[in-house]
Design a binder for this molecule. Sequence first.
Ligand SMILES: [Mg+2]
Length: 211
Amino acid sequence: MTENKGSYWNCRVIEHKGEYPWFGIHEVYYDAGGGVTGITENPVQLVQGSVDDLQDEIHKLKMAFEKPVLDYAACADVSKTCDNLSRDERQKVVLGWAIDTFGELTATSLTERAARFTEEALELAQAVGLSQNHVINILNYVYGRPIGDTAQEIGGVAVSLMALGERLRLSIDECERHELNRILAKDPKFFREKQNSKAGAGVALEVSNGK
Ligand SMILES: [Mg+2]
């Protein structure tokens, strides 16, 4: 079981019902209250980067047999909000969620969108151990150079994230689906309060439209 700010995931035996039922072990995601918020589309594969990691994985898989079997369709139904959508559709869902949660004025502010992206990028850099000085050096380097093309820079962000995800052996697709399911399942009040506390710290816009 992996804990992360109250939400967690583990491996579960899953039944795929139908004319020829079959069973597989999937990763299942839960909110802090233990409610299912998502499931991986495919069963876990026994492929790891080292023998130790393979042993750890087999240990996790064995633990799955200590819990009740879950139904794939029921788990997938919970997370259908994003799992069956293309990436272009998912980004529409995300901005729609932001508008519903933070109000249109705040959610569609280009400054706000860029600020939230920068915050998450810095949190990721911090999580993998990049020092504050290193970040400041990069900041000064970037702002000392000519301004880039927006579409090309979005491509650059995506490609560099893919390289980092692969280096960390984390699927960006899985992380993205998991996070989207998590925020869609959570009470918007939580995010509004968090947004306003960031606004109080001077790094975000307050929730608009009285929402
Ligand atoms: Mg974050």
